[in-house]
Design a protein around this ligand. Structure first.
Ligand code: GRF
Length: 199
């Protein structure tokens, strides 16, 4: 009998390049897990199209009337979908809303995010622009557990990148994303190998 694999639920609102890095690492055998479900609050997001193109279950959750978070009923539906799919770890990959109690309470200690700065520096939106404007010599990315705050949960791992003369917001973000695509699969692999499966 084969042991059931650790199951990931991936949430995203955008183009989905971190999802692709994780899915590629699974296909290459470096993450001991499978993607059980991909959910998005954006119906025409790249991440949903990319997940479907790989034959994965991918679903749009209508977000409701708020801009920065899901309506509670929508978030409860999201949590229910993830539980029904047997998800062990919720991976936020470009998910652009705050996570609230319906989801936090369904997966305590089991939700992670990647943020494009060296937290606690530059939480919030367009963190690469904040870093450039602050004239810091380096920035990077952070994988952290998600709590009720904005980019405030305990840090799991970070990767630094330099800010170089002539950099633009776009070039800094591209350099950070290269680091993200290395760091996130590494962290997900480590957690998949060490966390017990949820009952
Ligand atoms: C990444 O830069 C991540 O740090 C931030 O949102 C972006 C998502 O990019 N949370 P993608 O959708 O994975 O390409």
């Amino acid at each position: 009998m084969t042991t059931p694999r650790f199951r990931l639920g991936i949430l995203g609102s955008g183009k989905g390049s971190n999802f692709v890095a994780i899915a590629d690492a699974i296909d290459a055998g470096t993450i001991p897990a499978e993607v059980a479900l991909v959910l998005s609050d954006v119906e025409d997001s790249g991440i949903l199209a990319l997940a479907r193109a790989r034959g994965l279950r991918a679903e749009f959750i209508p977000p409701g009337k708020f801009r920065t978070r899901l309506e509670p009923g929508a978030e409860a539906l999201m949590a229910a979908r993830l539980r029904e799919a047997g998800v062990d770890l919720v991976v936020l990959a470009g998910y652009m809303r705050m996570v609230k109690p319906p989801l936090l309470d369904a997966f305590p200690g089991r939700i992670i995010n990647i943020h494009p700065s060296l937290l606690p520096a530059f939480p919030g939106l367009a963190a690469w622009e904040q870093a450039l404007a602050a004239r810091v010599p380096e920035t990077g990315c952070t994988v952290h557990y998600v709590d009720a705050g904005m980019d405030t949960g305990p840090v799991i791992a970070q990767s630094a990148v330099p800010i170089l003369p002539g950099d633009t917001p776009q070039s800094v973000h591209a350099r950070i994303q290269e680091a993200e695509h290395r760091l996130y699969p590494e962290v997900v692999a480590r957690l998949a190998a060490t966390l017990p499966r949820l009952a």
